[in-house]
Ligand binder design. Sequence first.
Ligand SMILES: [Zn+2]
Ligand SMILES: [Zn+2]
Length: 268
Amino acid sequence: MFWDCHMHCNFSGDSETPAIDMINAAKAKGLRGITFTDHLDIDYPPQFGFFDLDLENYYPKQHALALQESTDDFTILTGLEMGIQSHVADKCYEAAKQYDYDFIIGSTHVVDHLDPYYDVFWETDDVSKLLTRYYQVILENITAYTDFDALGHLDYIFRYKDEIKNTDTYLPYRDIVDAILEKIIKMDKALEINTGGYRKGIDNPNPSASIIKRYHELGGKLITLGADAHNTADIASDFEKLPSLLKECGFTEYAVYKNRKPTLYPLG
Ligand SMILES: [Zn+2]
Ligand SMILES: [Zn+2]
């Protein structure tokens, strides 16, 4: 029985699904629990959309719904997916402190004012330079802002460019990826295993097995699981692939954060 600890409802700019629908679908799928992690992306470039979060309503409403809908067998938690940009770190800290979130995912969605989800980001002759820059920005972000529990979908950028979708996300960038992993291990943060990439046609979660293995080798102990669903169909998608893959990488347990503290669960 899994927990899915990364999902969005219609509090996020890119989801139209009511929270209650996500809850009912997760119960029907037999999950043990879920954590809502709606998007807060402060100073997200406006040409790509709107990812500010209605903070005054989000936590109070989700938390009330969580209390109302949780049962002995199914727990609902309320978190945030913080889209970090180093120049707004102060505002990120302020927002994180405003409510008693259970779990905060630290993600990087914007690189030098561009979102890799969109083609304009990829207009370059030198893709490997862009990928190195992406990892560098993550390192800068988690240096500027540290109030998160798990590093979100490291290497997910590869899913947005067909030519590199199934290329090695670790070895060519080894030094910078190692620096990121060493930093989160030192800070006692978890590495999120995000299955959203499978839905985009890659044959790994984000990050890929090579990075998860390396995290374990370097002493990393905490992983969290999330499908990054924005609709009911994607909740816990491809989770059945995780136990064997993660065991090969050295993990037998995953963490669920409640009140910002991890509890470990066996991987099936
Ligand atoms: Zn994200
Ligand atoms: Zn997400």
